[in-house]
Write a protein that binds this ligand. Sequence first.
Ligand code: C2E
Ligand code: MG
Ligand code: MG
Length: 719
Amino acid sequence: MRAPDPDGGGFSRPGAQAYAAEWARAVRRIGFVPLSAAETERLLLVHTVRLGQALLAPAFSADAAEDVGRALVEAHLTEPGVLDWSVQALGDRFLPWVVASRAEQPEARERVAALQGALAAGFARALRDRTFSQQERIARSAWQARDAVEQALRDSEARFRAVFTGAAIGIGIADMDGTILEVNQSFADMLGYSAEELREINVAALFHADDAAGMWELYQELIEGKHDSVRVEKRYYRKDGSTVWTDLAVSLIRYDDGRPRFTVAMIEDITERYELQQRLRFQALHDPLTGLPNRTLFFETLGRVFGTAGPEQRVGICFIDLDGFKAINDSLGHDLGDRLLKVIGRRLADSVSGQGHLVARMGGDEFVILVDSDGGLDDAVEVAELALAAVSAPVHVGDQQLAVSASIGIVECPAAETSVSELMKAADITLYWAKAEGRGRWAVYDPERSAADIARSALAAGLPAALDRGEFVVHYQPIVSLLDESMVAVEALVRWQHPELGLIGPDRFIGLAEETGLIVRLGAWVLKQACRDAESWRRAYPATRLVVSVNLAARQADDPGIVETVAEALQHTGLPAELLQLELTESAVMGTAGEPLRSLRRLAGLGVRLAIDDFGTGYSNLAYLRRLPIHCLKLAGPFVEGIRADGTDGDHRDERIVDALVRLAHALELWVTAEAVETEAQAERLRALRCDTGQGRWFGAPMPADRIRARLAGGGKAA
Ligand code: C2E
Ligand code: MG
Ligand code: MG
């Protein structure tokens, strides 16, 4: 064999270059090559020459081919296809090209086979070596990484330990059975146990009957995995029995698959904050003087009752107001007043204590009891009775002994039918009724009465405008001589021509007008109207000398301007004073000061007549009749009613009274008018009893002014 001669026959440089180029093309076709085409060709040319030299070397060795196989791998030409092509091409193309037409071909074929094997072996070894080293590198870095993680874990564990043991917050870990696995020192300290003692305790033992409702259920739901954490304010009993209030947060730690694993509880001692909050809350919800719940707490509680009321639930309150407390306060001073309120507050609370009722002070001398029972109105009344009894026992404050009473408004009804504000309004109205009915008593709310009250108030509110709009009219009722039934006078009786309600009688609005004071203006208007009508009748029928009798309410008679009002009415209309009679009831005559009104003499001085209306129903203090300038008594209707033709007035008592009154009046030189004469028989008896005049439906109902005029035209007899 000849020495390799790249430039020699069959192994020329261009030939080697051509082979290397084809090899490079094949390699690049087979897979990714991290070299440029020229670099690949250059590299493979070196290997082509080495393989050629090895093939032609006099002393054959396949080592070069093994090197070439290894070199391919080192150049990252590691695709299996590269090896296949390289090995196959050695037989198919390389051999024919290098040893073309040479006699040594059979020997060369053996050498090529050896080279093929060596190249494959070199390639495989290099590949294996590379894989090993790669694996080793991976393993090494994996080990390094694990070391780092473990170190980090150790660090974090150490940090966690430090936090766990040193935390001011108590931390405890329990398993799902509630066994405490671990607690830190703060946890143990807060509960007054050692950490070891706590490990013997089950979480369940730390719950207490006094815990807020639902707390245990919440914990159960947490360990069932329904929540990831819960947070509550909870009290614990320390080992020594004292209480510690905590802000407790419990978190659930799960396994990777989500199953609950541990609970971690963190507790913070908030006892001081809690107690301060409680103190502030108590102050906000209690009256500082009596220590009773205040109106805020009362309304909070009442709101809760309404909020949770079922359809059947009833609600009852007793609204209490001391009678005349203002006078006590004013006369004895606020200090004693306060002490009295304290005593009363305590008594009220004691009187119903233990029955679940809430006693609150609403302010001033007002208290309220929220009745907690299913007993309906009976229970509410019983509570009110107890409260009245508690208040009425004498109170000793300082060296004073005070007798106190209270009035109570009771409201008791289905919760669904009312609201907080309606309930309180009803209680207020009812309290007012109790006061109006004489104090020292209870009254029960009655919706119908309240509706009537409201209608009354609406009517009262409409009075002034009605007067301005001229909605009032005056009707006149004849007063006739019982001797000959001639009309000697008429009584002026006012009516309200209401635009919606029709003609309203005075019984429905005179009382309201008195309460509101409007009676002074209304009365003056009636007086003037009556005088005007009477004067027009006088002008038309001067001979009849018809008297007009006008009612004066107590409040009017008491008014300082009454004498001027009457004088002015007479002057304005021109009616002679002696044709005007003023009717006053006995109580009006006595006035508010309890003695006969001074203005009566001055009125009499004007020359007008004065009559006592409804005589016999009021004071009946006959003594004053003697001293007053009275002209006439009007016997009240009920006496006249008792006079019956059928004699059913068994012992004729009313008749005997009328008889006596007529005699008395005549003895005092007073006229007597019998009111409400309804039958001929009554008229007969009254005439027999020497009553002077009569008034009533028998002689004519109240009628408009023009009917009186018509009657005058007819000679004064009933038309
Ligand atoms: P009074 O002054 O006692 O008036 C008599 C009342 O008896 C009138 O009622 C009259 O309609 C009624 N009466 C008439 N005939 C009969 C009868 O046969 N039987 C019965 N049972 N009653 C009869 P009226 O008009 O409803 O007046 C009621 C009260 O209103 C009056 O009672 C009077 O106190 C008051 N009043 C009426 N008008 C005025 C007024 O202008 N000013 C004042 N202050 N009060 C008035
Ligand atoms: Mg009258
Ligand atoms: Mg009368």
